[in-house]
Design a protein around this ligand. Structure first.
Ligand SMILES: NC(=O)c1ccc[n+]([C@@H]2O[C@H](COP(=O)([O-])OP(=O)(O)OC[C@H]3O[C@@H](n4cnc5c(N)ncnc54)[C@H](O)[C@@H]3O)[C@@H](O)[C@H]2O)c1
Length: 344
C-alpha cells in the first residue's frame, strides 16, 4: 500500500486519480482550495464513495507553510494537478495565473525537496508550451485542419515557445519540475497534456471544451465557437490518463526527469465542428452555434505523438474517442442534478 498527495485533488483530473487510488485501497491526501466550480461536488462524491478513508486539506498552493505542513507523514508519490487552468483567465489576470502556476508549483517542489520522504512527483503541464508551432505547416483536409508532415503528431523534441500567460506560467513550472530531477536528483516527471476529458469534469467554454459541448448538447444550449470550428485536438479519456500516472510512477526508474506528451494521439482526433455533428447525431437534436473571433494562443491543430510514453513506460491510449464521448455523455445524462447551473 502506498501514500499519495494530490494537489488539486477535487478537480477533474485529481478527483479521478483519487477515486482510482482509493478503490485500490491506497492512502490518499487531497490538497485543494476548492476555487474551481464543481470541486465541492467532486469532494462530496469522494466522501460518499470513500467516507472517512482519505484526508482533505483545504488550502492554497500559494501558501508554502500549508504545503510544507501537508508533507507530514511522507508520500510515495505527489501528483501536482492544482492550477489556474484557462488561457482566457490568464490573459485577464496574468499575476494570479503566475502566482498559482509558476510560484505555486515552485512551492510544491520546495515542499517536496525539504521533506524527509523522496516521493515521485508528477506535474500536469500542457501542450501549450510548444506555442503556435508556426514552423509546422498546417493544411485543411476533409473540413478540418491537420499537420501536413507530422502524421504521428507533435513529439517532445518540438522547441519550447511559451504563448499566453498560461503558456508562460505552465512552461516555467514545467522547466522547474524537470530541472529538480537534474539538480536535486528528485523523482520528477512532466506530463505535457493535450485535451483530457471525462467524468467529474465541470468544463465551460474557457476550459474543458469536450465536456462543455456534451453538456450543451444534452441540455439543448447553444455553443460559441471561437474561430471557424475546424481547429483540431487529440482527446484522451480520463481513465487512460489515470493509467498513465500509475504506470509512470511504477516505472520511475526510467521515467525520472523525463518529459512526456500525453494525449489521445492521431487516432483520437476531432475538430470542434466534428464533435458538434457527433453530438447532434447522439442526441438527435440540432445544436445552435454562434461564431466569434479566434482566441489568443489557440492552436489550429494540436495532435500528440504518444510514442515516447509507449516506448519508455509502456503506456498508450486505449479508449477510442467515440467510446470516451459515449461514457461522458452517459455520465452527464445520469447526473443532471450536477448541472443545475447550466439548466437555468
Ligand atoms: N484538462 C485538460 O485538458 C488539461 C490539459 C492540459 C493540462 N491540464 C492541467 O492539468 C491540471 C488539472 O486540470 P483539470 O482539468 O483537472 O482542472 P480542474 O480545474 O478541474 O482542477 C484543478 C484543481 O486545482 C484547484 N486549484 C486551483 N487553484 C488552486 C490553488 N491556488 N491552490 C490549491 N488548489 C487550487 C481547483 O480548485 C481544482 O480542484 C491543471 O494543472 C491543468 O493546467 C489539464
Amino acid at each position: 500500500m502506498g501514500r499519495y498527495l494530490i494537489t488539486g485533488g477535487c478537480g477533474f483530473v485529481g478527483s479521478n486519480l483519487a477515486k482510482t487510488l482509493l478503490d485500490e485501497g491506497e492512502e490518499v491526501v487531497l490538497f485543494d482550495n476548492l476555487s474551481r466550480a464543481g470541486t465541492e461536488k467532486n469532494l462530496k462524491w469522494l466522501q460518499d464513495e470513500h467516507a472517512g478513508k482519505f484526508k482533505f486539506i483545504e488550502a492554497d498552493i500559494r501558501d508554502f507553510t500549508a504545503l510544507k505542513a501537508s508533507m507530514d507523514g511522507g508520500y510515495d508519490a505527489v501528483y501536482h494537478t492544482a492550477g489556474q487552468v484557462a488561457v482566457t483567465t490568464s490573459v485577464v489576470d496574468p499575476r494570479e495565473d503566475f502566482e498559482i502556476n509558476a510560484l505555486g508549483t515552485f512551492n510544491v517542489l520546495e515542499a517536496v525537496r525539504q521533506a524527509a520522504c523522496d516521493p515521485v512527483l508528477i506535474f500536469t503541464s500542457t501542450n501549450k508550451v510548444y506555442g503556435g508551432m508556426e514552423d509546422v505547416e498546417v493544411i485543411e483536409a476533409g473540413g478540418r485542419y491537420t499537420y501536413k508532415d507530422l502524421p504521428q503528431g507533435a513529439d517532445e523534441s518540438r522547441p519550447l515557445d511559451f504563448h499566453s500567460p498560461y503558456g508562460c506560467s505552465k512552461g516555467t513550472a514545467d522547466q522547474y519540475v524537470r530541472d529538480y530531477a537534474r539538480i536535486y536528483d528528485m523523482k520528477t516527471v512532466v506530463f505535457r497534456m493535450s485535451c483530457q476529458y471525462g467524468i467529474r469534469q465541470f468544463g465551460n467554454e474557457d476550459q474543458g471544451w469536450v465536456v462543455h459541448f456534451v453538456i450543451a448538447a444534452h441540455f439543448g444550449k447553444s455553443i460559441n465557437i471561437y474561430g471557424d470550428g475546424k481547429q483540431v485536438r487529440d482527446m484522451l479519456f480520463i481513465e487512460d490518463l489515470v493509467r498513465a500516472f500509475r504506470l509512470a510512477t511504477e516505472n520511475i526508474a526510467v521515467t525520472q526527469g523525463q518529459v512526456f506528451n500525453i494525449g489521445g494521439g492521431p487516432k483520437n482526433v476531432m475538430s470542434l465542428l466534428e464533435l458538434v455533428a457527433h453530438m447532434e447525431e447522439v442526441t438527435g437534436k440540432t445544436i445552435d452555434l454562434k461564431f466569434g473571433d479566434w482566441r489568443p494562443g489557440d492552436q489550429p491543430v494540436f495532435i500528440t505523438n504518444v510514442s515516447k510514453a509507449q516506448k519508455v513506460f509502456g503506456w498508450a491510449p486505449s479508449i477510442s474517442k467515440y467510446d470516451g464521448v459515449r461514457k461522458l455523455y452517459e455520465w452527464v445524462a445520469a447526473n443532471e442534478g450536477l448541472f443545475d447551473h447550466v439548466q437555468k
